[in-house]
Structure formats: C-alpha cells, structure tokens
Design a protein around this ligand. Sequence first.
Ligand code: SF4
Length: 119
Amino acid sequence: MSIQNITCIVCPRGCQLEVDAERGEVKGNSCPRGREHGLAEATNPTRTLTTTVRVVDESGATIDMAPARTSAPIPKGLLFDAMKAINSVSVRKPVRRGDPIIPDLLNTGVSVIATRDFL
Ligand code: SF4
C-alpha cells in the first residue's frame, strides 16, 4: 500500500490529502472535489499550460509575445514537449482571444489558444 501526500489545488484552502490510489481512498479533503483531484493527481496528473507565443512581422522578426494557454489540462508528463512545440511556432497579427494557435497539441485533442487580442 502506498500513500501519496498531495496538496489539493482546486481551491485556495489547500487541504493536505493522503491518497491511496490502489484502494481509491482519500483522506484530508474537506469536500468531494478534493477526493476527485487527489485520485486524478495520483493516477494521471494534468495541468493547464499557460505560456506565450512569438508574434512575428512579415520578415519573421519577433515583435511581441502573445499570451496563450492550453484549452484544457494536458498530462503533466507532456509539459516539456508541449513547450518545445509551442516555442517552435509563431503567429502574425491579427490574433484574437480564443484563436487556436496549435490545434490538437501533441495529439492530445487539446488546443493552444490565444488569451488576448493582438490586433
Ligand atoms: S478538498 Fe475541497 S476545500 Fe480542500 S482544497 Fe480541495 S477543493 Fe478546497
């Protein structure tokens, strides 16, 4: 039996969870969302990736950085490869909030989207 100690990050209260994924048991959570988070974190941790993407002009020169994020959490183990993929692309104006910058990032079914207008 292995117990994992995990801090719940679903809300600011930050409950300290003791998770036994094999048995599906979670202790220390103050609400049901903590149980769900603890089991997910112990078996398939995911994160929403918040980053920036280069904005380039016609010559390909970087003129700004556009804030972007994944449209949904992706597996934590893919974060490094995701950053490599994001760093390899650039966008040209106009970019609108919600525009897909990389559809289906690393075959996850999750897109990288712009989070601000760049007009
Ligand atoms: S278990 Fe519930 S109350 Fe505690 S940090 Fe998680 S979401 Fe917040």
